[in-house]
Design a protein around this ligand. Structure first.
Ligand code: SF4
Ligand code: SF4
Length: 474
């Protein structure tokens, strides 16, 4: 083995690196054969990816009481998340959640660039799995290049078959799991294999299987480069104090290969021009060319370069997370108005969301006065108003609601004193309120209906309305 760096397996020559720098807009898969690497950031990515995958694949198999823990029951319009049940009426909470996610993404991007893309985006996570399968079945980068260039042999066929079978297995598991969030997983698994599942279930599993197979197996970085809008507007969000994966030109240049030890040439920078940072890059770019929109900030080039720095006995950090200000020799401003603004907006929204979630009523109640007649007189001479009470049980159990009335000591409420509703049931009930005319001081009285759930009286709801009498009592 030569004692010069680069000496790593699969060394790219200058021409290959140049090809990487000038990849066409629609690069073919031939252009990116990523090399496996390990290191601190790769471990962080793996951990983040595994946690997400673990949750995604496991949740549909866990129960909460007698139902699936996370289950979006579309036919009954009930959405279960852990112990909470949501209804279409709670859609506003989803809007809030999306706004929080948007502010969270802005905050993280202004602070640390495309952290979401590099560590937790599903496209990145699934591509990682597919790449790991590829390496396991076909070998490392050089072996794969050689395999693809070579003719079809029984060995190549076996390797390709193994890779595509595993890819399809993961893709199917992804599609099945997605549908299992809408159809209980235990039912679906039996129905799916016995041909009893609905056409829609087969269709969605098929669509997700094909989509995952193509996205993570073939399109990979092309999704990030050409399809994802986030890559396009990131430059608007970055500023000179945003952490980015950057090559320290000051320290690295002039680059060049050299002996592994005893390098006395002080005219050279620390970059040994090994090209490893390019080989590991999933988007096939050269970070030494500066910040590029294709960079998803996965930090694989940092781990790769640090491994070379170790071999050379140089300090880590030739490629590292840094800000433009820091690279220019200035000071990074961590606390800046935009970052504080996004952070504050996110925190306020989170607090408001948590409050709305924990103080969410388990009953929805509305009262509408009869618009056809303001009032009428009963046979006994009392003044009567008619109201329609609409109740919606937002719990996941049967509930009895006591209906009471406040507003006038001599008023009588005519109608059922309690109503029983099944989970998700809406009930419309007509009530009359009667008041003796001589007890009416005004033609309009403020009144309230009080609805008290028997099992959870703390969720009592008060609905304001009014009682109208004739003008002569003004
Ligand atoms: S340049 Fe580095 S951080 Fe950017 S995508 Fe490539 S490997 Fe990841
Ligand atoms: S930046 Fe690091 S990994 Fe990239 S070519 Fe230079 S020494 Fe090698």
């Amino acid at each position: 083995m030569s004692d010069r760096i680069p000496t790593v397996e699969g060394q790219t020559d200058a021409g290959e690196r140049l090809a990487h720098r000038h990849t066409p807009a629609y690069q073919t898969k031939q252009g990116v054969y990523t090399r496996g690497t390990s290191g601190f950031f790769q471990n962080v990515r793996l951990t983040a990816g595994l946690v997400m995958l673990f949750m995604y694949y496991l949740f549909p198999w866990l129960n909460w009481g007698d139902r699936q823990m996370v289950w979006f029951n579309l036919p009954d319009r009930q959405f279960y998340v852990f112990n909470a049940t949501f209804w279409p009426q709670d859609l506003v909470l989803l809007s809030w959640l999306l706004i929080i996610c948007a502010f969270g993404l802005f905050f993280v991007t202004v602070f640390g660039g495309r952290i979401w893309c590099g560590y937790t985006c599903p496209q990145t996570v699934w591509t990682q799995i597919f790449m790991a399968i590829e390496r396991h079945t076909e070998g490392e980068r050089n072996a794969r290049i050689k395999l693809d260039k070579g003719p079809m042999t029984p060995s190549k066929f076996r390797k390709k078959l193994a890779k595509h079978t595993l890819w399809l297995g993961v893709a199917w598991a992804t599609g099945f799991t997605f549908v299992a969030y809408f159809i209980p997983a235990r039912e679906l698994v039996i129905d799916h294999w016995t041909g009893q599942a609905s056409t829609a279930a087969y269709l969605w599993i098929g669509l997700f299987t094909v989509g995952t197979y193509l996205n993570a197996g073939y399109m990979r970085e092309k999704v990030c480069i050409h399809m994802c809008p986030y890559a396009r507007f990131q430059s608007v969000m970055f500023d000179q104090d945003t952490l980015i994966v950057a090559y320290d030109t000051e320290r690295g240049e002039p680059r060049g290969s050299r002996k592994r030890t005893g390098d006395a040439d002080n005219s050279q920078g620390d970059c040994v021009d090994c090209g490893l940072c390019v080989q590991v890059c999933p988007t096939g770019i050269d970070i030494r060319d500066g910040l590029q929109y294709e960079c998803i900030q996965c930090a694989l080039c940092i781990d790769a370069c640090n491994s070379i720095m170790d071999k050379m006995n140089y300090d880590h950090g030739l490629v590292r997370y840094a800000t433009e200000h820091e690279l220019d020799g200035g000071k990074t401003h961590w606390f800046r108005p935009r970052l504080i603004g996004y952070g504050a907006a996110m925190v306020i929204m989170c607090v408001a969301f948590a409050y709305a979630l924990t103080h969410r009523s388990t009953v929805e109640a509305k009262v509408a006065r009869d618009r056809g007649a303001l009032f009428h007189e009963t046979k006994t001479g009392d003044i009567e108003n008619t109201y329609t009470l609409t109740l919606f049980n937002k719990t996941s159990f049967n509930e009895v609601y006591e209906v009471n009335f406040e507003g006038h000591p001599s008023a009588r409420l005519i109608g059922p004193a309690s109503l029983e509703l099944a989970p998700g049931q809406t009930r419309v009930q007509v009530y009359q309120v009667q008041i003796a005319p001589d007890m009416l001081a005004n033609s309009r009285l403020p009144i309230s209906f009080i609805v008290e759930p028997a099992k959870h009286p703390e969720n009592e709801v008060t609905i304001e309305s009014s009682f109208i009498g004739p003008d002569r009592w003004k």
